[in-house]
Design a protein around this ligand. Structure first.
Ligand SMILES: [Zn+2]
Ligand SMILES: [Zn+2]
Length: 236
């Protein structure tokens, strides 16, 4: 029996039916559960700040190789579901919804910054083969296309398999990621401003290491834009 195809949209998190197509793929309830990262942030890493200081403790204690990082939402609840969906659930099509968040953030937080090229956080060949795609690249492509920038996933390569950063502490993350990336096309970054795109920023050590090799290759500026950033951990 032939099926009648009806345009129907469902929320990508709770599967609830949407009244109309949403640019974020979310119903109102799920969208309202997202904690938007506003203006009260660490000026360097862009994570939500709990006090009035300009910089968070991590940025005060560590040298950050990127110029600044910004993110759209706090990595909890609904944001986690979305990231897990694209990263571990094979839901590649989430990329276009995530990219829409990034576009909005880019327009407000990168005013006055001229970006020459957009790159994803690369994966090793093995890592990409296991997942089937690099979610950062899927997001970066769509983001760049929407804002009219050039995206390139051949500029930086990941040359060393590393442990999943989420399983490690701050210090271990830095050691784990050291020497993991290599600039393959120096002429593409020399004197240029590079924007790295990723799904989540945790401590920022991955982005900082990519920024380090980019600056070694004479990139002028390096920025990071992610969908989510982790919650600031406070001592209890
Ligand atoms: Zn929903
Ligand atoms: Zn910070």
């Amino acid at each position: 029996m032939a099926e009648i195809f009806v345009d129907k949209y469902n929320c990508i998190v709770c599967d609830g039916e949407l009244q109309e197509k949403s640019k974020y793929g979310l119903c109102e309830d799920c969208k309202n559960k997202l904690r938007i990262v506003g203006d009260k942030i660490c000026k360097k890493c862009g994570r939500l700040q709990l006090n009035e200081a300009d910089y968070c403790l991590t940025c005060k204690e560590h040298k950050r190789q990127f110029d600044f990082a910004r993110s759209c939402v706090v990595y909890d609840d609904v944001a986690k579901e979305i990231v897990r969906g694209i990263k571990f659930g094979g839901k590649k099509y989430f990329a276009k919804y995530i990219a829409n968040f990034l576009v909005e953030k880019y327009q407000s937080a990168f005013d006055g910054v001229d970006i020459d090229v957009v790159i994803p956080v690369p994966m090793t060949k093995k890592g990409k083969a296991a997942r089937g795609f690099n979610q950062s690249w899927e997001i970066a492509k769509r983001f760049a296309e929407t804002v009219g920038l050039t995206a390139d996933d051949k500029i930086v390569a990941k040359i060393k398999d590393t442990q999943e950063q989420a399983t490690l502490g701050g210090k271990e993350r830095e050691e784990n990621i050291l020497g993991a990336f290599e600039v393959k096309l120096q002429e593409a970054v020399e004197g240029k401003s590079v924007l790295i795109i990723d799904d989540v920023m945790t401590t920022g050590s991955t982005a900082s290491e990519i920024a380090r090799v980019l600056k070694e290759a004479k990139a002028k500026e390096v920025y990071l834009l992610t969908f989510a950033s982790t919650k600031y951990k406070v001592e209890k």
